[in-house]
Design a protein around this ligand. Structure first.
Ligand SMILES: Nc1ncnc2c1ncn2[C@@H]1O[C@H](COP(=O)(O)OP(=O)(O)OP(=O)(O)O)[C@@H](O)[C@H]1O
Ligand SMILES: [Mg+2]
Length: 274
């Protein structure tokens, strides 16, 4: 007789979410769910609504309709389970804050006697992103890739079940990108932390992705990469024909945006006449 299957609530369930900002619906009817321990990407162009969606999950942005649940409970009651790495963080090179201090600031310490546990959480977070070697250095004097790892360690220090990262791959070179992608995969596979990461380009993330949420103009298509990145699904989402090309394991989405003719695109990139 086979063992009974254990059905667990999704780590994140977003149902028919609608967010209005500046008098306009920035997100409309967004629905998807993510399984615990998975890696998911939230893909979209500038202004698609990626940061707004993360901020809604984190309780930083009010929404007009729908609901957001973390492990079956309203997200606003589960904030201690969420870790967040915001978009665009800058540190002054002379800021007197070491990597270790930044990570300690991320711990959830409510009582003095939790100090020992706090030290252990800081050490664990530093080790998870392999930041021990620069733990005593000032964060403002680290490289871009090291700073990104330091900020991820800050988010990990509270031992989250779901880690939300807003464009962590922006401004990283090829080597740092692939190192960070491997790190995110390891957090999910080895530590069981669910990861939701936003990006413009899904390609660097493809080796670790379980799930994709593709945002266009505030609407979403969600599923596995194979389910979502298809001509018919993306054409429906964009509202005009879209062609998906596959080349050496990379995916290229070519929307035939009626606002720009091929001639315009060609000329804007330099076509030899004024
Ligand atoms: N406080 C605000 N008031 C009005 N409109 C806003 C506000 N914040 C964001 N928006 C608008 O909401 C839309 C979505 O913004 P959001 O920052 O979520 O996009 P994004 O996908 O994260 O973009 P990017 O890739 O540039 O970070 C944009 O059109 C933006 O101008
Ligand atoms: Mg953003």
């Amino acid at each position: 007789m086979s063992a009974p299957s254990v059905v667990t609530d999704p780590i994140l369930q977003v149902s028919q979410l609608g967010v209005r900002l500046g008098g306009r619906m920035v997100l409309q009817d967004i629905s998807f769910s993510l399984q615990a321990g998975s890696v998911s990407a939230l893909i979209g162009e500038n202004g698609a609504g990626k940061t707004t969606l993360l901020r809604s999950i984190l309780g930083m942005q009010a929404w007009q309709s729908g609901k957001i649940e973390v492990l079956g409970q309203p997200a606003q009651d589960q904030l201690a389970l969420l870790g967040y790495v915001p978009q665009k963080i800058g540190f002054d090179p002379y800021l007197p804050l070491r990597t270790r201090d930044l990570v300690a600031l991320g711990t959830l310490r409510r009582h003095w006697w939790q100090g020992l546990r706090q030290d252990a959480a800081v050490q664990e977070a530093l080790a998870a992103v392999q930041a021990d070697s620069f733990a005593e250095q000032r964060v403002g004097q680290l490289s871009g890739g090291q700073q990104q790892r330091a900020v991820i360690a800050h988010a990990l220090a509270r031992r989250p079940r779901l880690l939300l990262l807003d464009e962590p791959l922006a401004n990283l070179d090829f080597a740092s990108t692939s190192r960070l992608v491997q790190l995110l995969g390891a957090l999910a596979r080895e530590k069981g932390i669910s990861v939701l990461v936003t990006a413009h380009d899904m390609n660097p993330l493809l080796p670790i992705l379980d799930h994709l949420v593709y945002l266009v103009g505030g609407r979403a298509a969600a599923g596995s990469v194979e389910e979502v990145v298809r001509n018919e699904v993306l054409s429906k989402l964009y509202g005009y024909p879209v062609e998906v090309l596959r080349h050496r394991g990379r995916l290229l989405v070519l929307p035939e945006d009626p606002r720009y003719s091929r001639e315009d695109v060609h000329c804007s990139q330099g076509c030899g006449h004024d």
